[in-house]
Design a protein around this ligand. Structure first.
Ligand code: PMT
Length: 213
């Protein structure tokens, strides 16, 4: 299969030195890309700014902002069989970008924001037979919130992580996730290494993939 995976945060700059972003080290997404490649799949990884080495046998496309990530996903989507959106995409960006560094004395106390596109929703018309998997980073009502995103974003699978739990979510080497899908009961996984979680996700996608003609 051909996998398209996103990882890491996006950065939304309002001058050359300042930006808004989301928490994400990229470890979970890089583990997904590495697991897919290790299982013999062709993998493209679209990565926000992270401090990780590229996984072996994976083609990495580096991006910065949510709009860059959308454009990169749009460029690659036709070639993939499965999209795994692990990136922590910023939902908003500053309305105005200043080419020069804003002086503290000239800065307003408020920054006007405009919404970024939802990448999964934007790609929905091009889904076809592709498998779309998302992640849900939640701080409460984990299963309800994740189930809502599964349906609203037209996904086949969503991996829910409660980022308030020790050992789960951002920046750790481990995660605690529940895998929800449109055709199976929720699968609750215990505390596991992100590499092992990634294998479970790839196995789920492989089982869901339409048989090759
Ligand atoms: O990188 P690590 O430090 O290892 O941390 C991993 C993680 C916690 C970031 C990861 O496991 C995770 O949960 N990633 C998704 C975080 C997130 O942004 O969740 P969300 O609930 O805001 O978004 C839901 C889904 O929509 C995600 O698949 C997201 O990629 C996608 N999305 C979000 C916003 C947007 N504008 N477009 C999108 O497609």
């Amino acid at each position: 299969m051909k996998f398209l995976v996103t990882a890491g945060p996006t950065r939304e700059f309002f001058d050359p030195v300042r930006f808004l972003s989301n928490r994400s080290s990229g470890r979970m997404g890089y583990a997904v890309a590495a697991a897919a490649a290790a299982r013999g799949h062709e993998v493209v990884l679209i990565s926000g700014p992270v401090a990780l080495a590229p996984p072996p046998a994976v083609r990495v496309v580096n991006v910065v902002s949510a709009l860059d990530m959308l454009a990169a996903v749009e460029d690659e989507i036709e070639k993939c069989d499965a999209l795994v959106m692990c990136a922590a995409v910023a939902d908003w960006r500053p309305k105005v970008f200043s080419e020069s560094k804003l002086k503290k004395r000239d800065m307003a106390a408020r920054i006007e924001l405009v919404p970024n596109p939802d990448i999964l929703s934007a790609l929905r018309p091009r889904k076809g037979n592709r498998i779309f998997a998302g992640f849900a980073a939640e701080t409460g009502n984990l299963l309800e919130e994740a189930q809502g995103k599964l349906l609203r974003k037209g996904l086949d699978i969503i991996v829910a992580n409660d980022v308030t739990q020790p050992g789960a979510g951002f920046e750790t080497d481990t995660n605690i996730v529940t895998i929800l899908s449109t055709d199976a009961e929720p699968e609750h996984l215990p505390l596991m290494g992100k590499d092992a979680v990634a294998v479970r996700i790839i196995e789920r996608i492989e089982r869901k993939a339409p048989a090759a003609p």
